[in-house]
Design a protein around this ligand. Sequence first.
Ligand SMILES: *Cc1c(COP(=O)(O)O)cnc(C)c1O
Length: 956
Amino acid sequence: MSQNSTPSLRELEHHGAFIERHIGPNDAEIALMLRTVGYDSLDAMTDAIVPGKIKSPAPLALPQSVTEEQALAKIRAIADKNQVFRSFIGQGYYGTLTPNVILRNILENPAWYTAYTPYQAEISQGRMEALINFQTMVADLTGMDIANASLLDEATAAAEAMTLAKRSAKSKSNVFFVSKDVHPQTLEVLHTRADGIGIELHVGDDSDALNVDSFGALLQYPNTFGQINDYKALTDAVHARGGLVAVATDLLALTLIASPGSWGADMVVGNSQRFGVPFGFGGPHAAYLACRDAYKRSMPGRLIGVSVDAEGKPAYRLTLQTREQHIRREKATSNICTAQVLLAVMASTYAVYHGPDGLRRIAHRVHRMSAILAAALRKQGITVGPDFFDTLHIVDVDAAAIHAKAQAAGINLRAIDGRSLGISLDETATRADLVALAGIFGAKLDDIDALDAATPDALPAALRRQNAFLEHPVFNTHHSEHELLRYLRSLADKDLALDRTMIPLGSCTMKLNATAEMIPVTWPEFANIHPLAPANQSQGYQQLIDELEAMLVECTGYDAVSLQPNSGAQGEYAGLLAIRAYHRSRNEGHRDICLIPESAHGTNPASAQMCGMTVVVTKCDSNGNVDLDDIRAKAEKYSDRLAALMITYPSTHGVFEEDVVAICDIVHQHGGQVYTDGANMNALVGVAKPGKWGSDVSHLNLHKTFCIPHGGGGPGVGPCAVKSHLAPFLPRTLGGEGNVGMVSAASFGSASILPISWMYITLMGTEGLRKATQVALLNANYIAKRLEAHFETLYTGRNGLVAHECILDLRPIKDATGISAEDVAKRLIDFGFHAPTLSFPVAGTLMVEPTESESQHELDRFIDAMIQIRDEIRAIENGNLDREDNPLRNAPHTATMVTASEWTHAYPRELAAFPLPSLKLQKYWSPVARVDNVYGDKNIMCACIPVDAYKEEAEA
Ligand SMILES: *Cc1c(COP(=O)(O)O)cnc(C)c1O
């Protein structure tokens, strides 16, 4: 726009468009940064980075970008096609009242939803406290010693319990017993998982568990039809044969009935959804797995533990990471990486807010309502099952007629078969609902209170809960809204999330999660749809899913997409299952070798192992490229058995490998399929398409490339995208057709967060998506270039350029000065930054991925911090700072440290706290000093810290 002439309407309309809000640098900054990197235009730079062989010839066939208002109006119209009925369907999903203080201050609060997985313990103390509350809550209610935080859904948690039992049981049997009365989706996923690793499932009546020789058994309590059974004798029988007992259960019911731990269960799984997390058409919700102490070193998923910091104070950290895939790879306990942290935080906070008495009151009210409804129906001559908490199993009725009447009244009930159905009440149920429900069966409920007085509880007397739970002060303090509000604020203040700083985590793509993208998630038309609601009520979701699938097909060059996997690792699993099923369909089921380059993310080998594949690791060359000759040699060697190659592109080393097309050819020549890990799609969208250069299948991480916030370690969506020959082998939906079973509990996985990615693609349009990729490339190269004189970039591709991330090599510095990559990571905290990815994919390095959303100002702030840190290292090199007692070794510095009356360090306090003048304007104080990893793994403690642990600190 020139200064003198009147701008045109078109120019004015373009200004402030979403693309400019999403992409950090403006065009003037882009021009300046391009000059630093040495190119005239984004296109010229892109041409210099991306190999010509893979470049897409045409722009994405997607609409042009639209404004936030237009996109919200479009998705509003889609949302309006969903119909919100009262859903008393149950089957693992129950209505819940999200406390508004939790809705606004967690679910809708970027301080919580934009955080990363708490690998950097010092800047994650707040969310880890919320997660340890979750672990304590689950362990207390289930009667187990230890619980994780968290798993993806109840069905996959049950599958993890099965494999935990297999690893831990004395019995050498290969059979896992499953009660036929577990939720159907649990059974589905168990079949998929058992088949992957050659476990034989025995599905039968509960009583069969007495006779089947099994390494473990899964029971459900209360079962899927609501009945509460006494499983003590069954449990003893399984134990007598050396097997272990896993129990799927319901946290709200456990406030009133005896915990599975009290009658002998070894592990307990379930879903915490009804603790304040909406239906969301099936997800995301946080599942849990709790177990006895004996199995903790073998349990899957993330576990928060308590350790001490450098000052001897208690501090949280992720514990026992040696179980996880980034360390144990194909021998890992599971492939869980992204889980459901945000939802676990919501569920635990629901318990903090209500406290034990409040939870019991909610449970009791649900139970009383269920008992009253049962009494009213029985009076009417209707048969209702005995011994329930909240679910009535109604038999011998004309189910179709009842469903028709219910739906006419705006109510959904659970469809079981032609003669029976289910009704599950929940905390949202009202007296009016009871009257309506009774009315559907022709019963009149004139005097609810009289019926209440006349109706006993339906909980079996012998199975009433006797012991207390949630006695820790955290569950007994924050019951007023002010108290909770301030507690949440105090936790969030301890943490660094994207609302305070860039999080330049290589491979994780921590980009903007725009507010407009988030807004539709909490609309009732998306939030309050039960996953098993009749299809005519979820037309909006169907449209959203279809459109998003089509968008992702266009972005990737594949032919079909399944949105069912609820994490990237689940997408890997689904993709490898598709490959395996494809080989089987061609009578090549013996193909079981999966080639994986040594630079691969740990979930790759862990997922391959879950499909029964044998992992063969291939080498990388000194330039960071996968070694073509090694791949060729191994593909030849295993030609008869080659199932797949898993490759990440651009590689985890941050380069666009030239040979990718040749690699695909080699694998295909030997009868294998090419799996491209799509975690790095942020370097590709609008520029190149894996489905067009020879790859057969990819997962995407919508929580990386497509703007779903990371949530502190989940939720995520890991769509599995395939070429047409693999499309018949995508996971089926619940009750649907297909060759391959479900990989997640819900047919469409984490459906309620799909609006975020739909909004992103719609807002950006063809032009914006390509530009985002290009600026992501530019930002990474700008950092690499500006840090060139200070830190060595380990690998570069064509023309000395990197892709969308760069690996800074700290190993020479370590050799010269003893300062490690970890020291630099911790020192960055003193500057208010979240560290880059530490020691992945190369030990002793930092991998920096700025994303397109960071402005030049923020990049420069980071670069300045890194240069100051390099100067401190130089001061150590030339003797101006002590080799042992220096600001890097002692980082991060807490406020208590730098304000202590006595300062004993060999460098000034000011350097400790304010290494750059700008920090005096705004300073983040780490709440704890460096956390001791070794102590934490030796002294495993995974529940809320007893209050007296802090005593000394307060007294001092
Ligand atoms: C993030 C990531 C994964 C795993 O994705 P999750 O959603 O965390 O399960 C796999 N591969 C690579 C390269 C990744 O960066």
